[in-house]
Design a protein around this ligand. Structure first.
Ligand code: ADP
Ligand code: MG
Length: 668
């Protein structure tokens, strides 16, 4: 492209732009509306506005510290304002006293109203428009990006091939693709902007939904009939043997699950419940129901330790019901493993609990009727589908403690039904939570020492593994060294994500068994292990974590009968981190906390969409675009039911686009 040499191309590459298609699909972050012209005497301090006026006086000055200032006085007949440019001396020659211009910028009340660094032009048609603002990096300014996109839009017809078949275009009233990309960058009118945006959001959701449905089709078929479970005797036996009554929410969710199991359709249900809400008991009741109807059930957890914990805590309960539970993970020795795999195949094993070793080749089930995946967000869509693909259309249940907003759940899980356990078992002690600043850290450590002397265990969580000079953050490694010295009479251990899984598991196991008194760790402990004797969590640089994540972390303590504590060390004095700490101190409600997180941080950061194995959305907003999502989902369901692999001529371009967008799509 003209004006883009190798160096600039590099800066574009850094933004993920490698070709013209990438460029035209680099949508604006926001817009500036310069189309509303205000009179000078109507301007309000702090607002951004367009003013049309004549320059009555202009001067340029250079100060000793290399500061250049251009100052102009502007009149529009209703009053005077100043326009000031800093270090933009080249504008001086472009602005003439006595000439009229349009100016756009933020104004502030000084002696006169003052507009700083305004954009200006004498060409109304090109100036008083809605102007796109892009996310940029150091090497590129707004004008460079804007001009490159303008050029790309004017010359590359082949980027604008329509991929949507006519029935979708007409049925959903979509604006053509070419017109949409043009108007998303340079809207000709408000109306066209909204139509353009709607089309592009629709497309983004549609492609994702279509891709997910196609994967499902390839792994196990779409509208499969399910095995009908009608006998709930064993599930009830399990529930009655629990030693505590179910909460109302647990009972309701079990009823919802049983409704699915007995419906004749394949169950696909997500159970969402805060940490400690008792998802395991719900899952185990469903397992007992599956076995009670003559099927095997598989329970997959994301880590070895979590899987083993489920196996140890549930194995005896199932044995009492007369069922044989086996354990399978990468860590199981070959001879034992072969025997386990054989029992899964010949039906000797009724219940299989394990890690993703369950989905490996060579593991075949005799009569798999139910698949449960725990802490779902740690698994990719493909892993979940792979396990479901093992049986003869087994029912599937997904457990998660992440309070995923409904919209996101809909995208992630397609037509999964959702159950929510929104009630905690009674008698839980509130985890006492405090935010302190660095100055109190010594006292916090003294407190930790007292807890350990009394026999309690302590988690210390840090945001990073290694020290980084540039970032003022404590690292797990340096804290581990410090605390090992500080608490020489105790066993202090370290755990982080760069360790081998087996290493992580064995260290976690030592903590679980109570051998380790204090565990210094990164967020790898976030997911589900139950150590009732751990009653204190110290979180270093708590301001670096998302609220939802802090909540998840805090859920690791407060699992026994004693009082538990969470102390967050906040090294920022800024206002927002303080507010966030306050929310943690006050609330224990995961849904409320993640909602507040969204309010304070915005959805982009909250998601870390990568955690869900999903691509980032370029334009769709999963909070506000729910309506479009529903339409796109409907269209995707129809297209996949008519042409599941998108082989027809009409749909070929959709397939091409999906392959471009989602890496590894073909290999799933
Ligand atoms: P999570 O939803 O985080 O997976 P768990 O299933 O591990 O929670 O349950 C946490 C703890 O609460 C377990 O020790 C479990 O035995 C206990 N529990 C579950 N349901 C109830 C209940 N209805 N009443 C009392 N305790 C319960
Ligand atoms: Mg759990």
């Amino acid at each position: 492209m003209k004006g883009v040499g190798p160096k600039r191309a590099g800066y574009f590459n850094d933004l993920g732009i490698h070709c013209l298609k990438d460029l035209v699909e680099y949508y604006p972050r926001t817009y500036e509306d310069r189309s509303i012209i205000k009179k000078i005497n109507e301007l309000e301090s702090g607002e951004k506005a367009t003013v049309r006026g004549v320059i009555t006086n202009i001067e340029a000055r250079k100060f000793r510290n290399n500061l250049h200032i251009i100052k102009a006085v502007i009149s529009d007949g209703t009053g005077y304002m100043n326009a000031v440019w800093f270090n933009q001396q080249y504008y001086y020659g472009k602005l003439r006293e006595g000439s009229t211009y349009w100016f756009f910028g933020r104004v502030e009340r000084k002696i006169l109203m003052e507009m700083s660094n305004p954009a200006f032009s004498d060409d109304y048609d090109n100036f008083a428009v809605i102007v796109p603002i892009y996310s940029k990096n150091k090497g590129l300014n707004q004008n460079t990006i804007r001009n490159a996109i303008k050029d790309a839009l004017s010359e590359t017809e082949e980027c604008f091939n329509e991929i949507m078949p006519d029935w979708i275009m007409a049925g959903y009233g979509l604006l053509e693709y070419g017109k949409s990309v043009r108007n998303i960058h340079f809207p000709k009118s408000n109306d066209l902007f909204y139509k353009a945006r709607e089309r592009l959001v629709f497309q983004e959701f549609f492609l994702l939904q279509t891709a997910l449905l196609n994967i499902r089709h390839r792994t196990r078929g779409l509208e499969a009939n399910g095995n009908k479970f009608t006998d709930f005797y064993k599930g009830n036996m399990y529930i009655n043997g629990l030693g505590f009554p179910l909460t109302g929410a647990q009972q309701r969710v079990i009823n919802e699950i049983r409704g699915d199991l007995s419906s004749g359709k394949v169950m696909r249900r997500l159970v969402q419940g805060d940490v400690g809400s008792g998802k395991t008991a719900v899952a185990a009741a469903a397992i007992a129901d599956a076995c009670g109807n003559g099927f095997q059930a598989a329970f997959m957890a994301p880590t070895e330790i979590l899987a083993r914990q489920h196996y140890e805590s549930l194995g005896n309960d199932f044995a009492r019901l007369g069922y044989n539970a086996v354990y399978l993970s990468g860590g199981v020795k070959t001879t034992e493993r072969d025997a386990v795999i054989e029992s899964i195949k010949n039906g000797g094993a009724d219940i299989i609990i394990g890690t993703h070793a369950l989905i490996q080749k060579g593991v075949g089930f005799k009569r798999l009727g139910l698949v449960i995946t725990d802490e779902q967000h740690r698994f990719g869509v493909n892993q979940r589908e792979a396990l479901a693909g093992k049986g003869d259309t087994p029912h599937s249940l997904v457990l998660t403690a992440t309070p995923i907003p409904r919209t996101l759940a809909l995208i992630l899980y397609g037509d999964l039904d959702i159950s929510i356990i929104d009630e905690m078992p009674p008698g839980r002690k509130k985890i006492e939570t405090y935010a302190v600043d660095e100055g109190k850290r010594r006292r916090v450590l003294d407190f930790a020492e007292r807890r350990m002397k009394e026999g309690s265990q302590v988690y210390v969580v840090c945001p990073r593994i290694e020290e980084d000079e540039a970032l003022d953050m404590m690292s797990a490694e340096s804290i581990y060294e410090e605390l090992q010295e500080r608490f020489s009479g105790f066993k202090v251990d370290l755990l982080h994500g760069r360790m081998k899984p087996s290493e992580k598991d064995s260290r976690m196991q030592l903590f679980y068994e109570g051998v380790t008194n204090m565990l210094v760790s990164t967020t790898v402990i976030e997911v589900g292990v139950n150590v009732p004797n751990a009653t204190l969590m110290i979180i270093e640089n708590a301001e670096r974590f998302g609220l939802a994540q802090l909540h998840q972390l805090r859920g690791r303590v407060g699992r026994g009968s004693g009082q538990s504590y969470c102390i967050m060390i906040n090294r920022s004095s800024a206002e927002i981190p303080r507010k966030r700490m306050k929310i943690m101190e006050k609330s224990t409600d995961g849904f409320y906390i993640s909602e507040q997180d969204l309010v304070l941080r915005g959805p982009g950061e909250f998601f870390g969409t990568r955690q869900h194995g999903l691509p980032e959305f370029r334009i769709a907003n999963i909070y506000t675009d729910m309506d479009i999502l529903k339409k796109a989902q409907k269209a995707a369901i129809r297209i996949i039911s008519e042409d599941p692999c998108l082989l027809s001529k009409d749909n070929a371009n959709i397939m091409k686009e999906i392959e471009l967008r989602f890496e590894n799509f073909k290999t799933i």
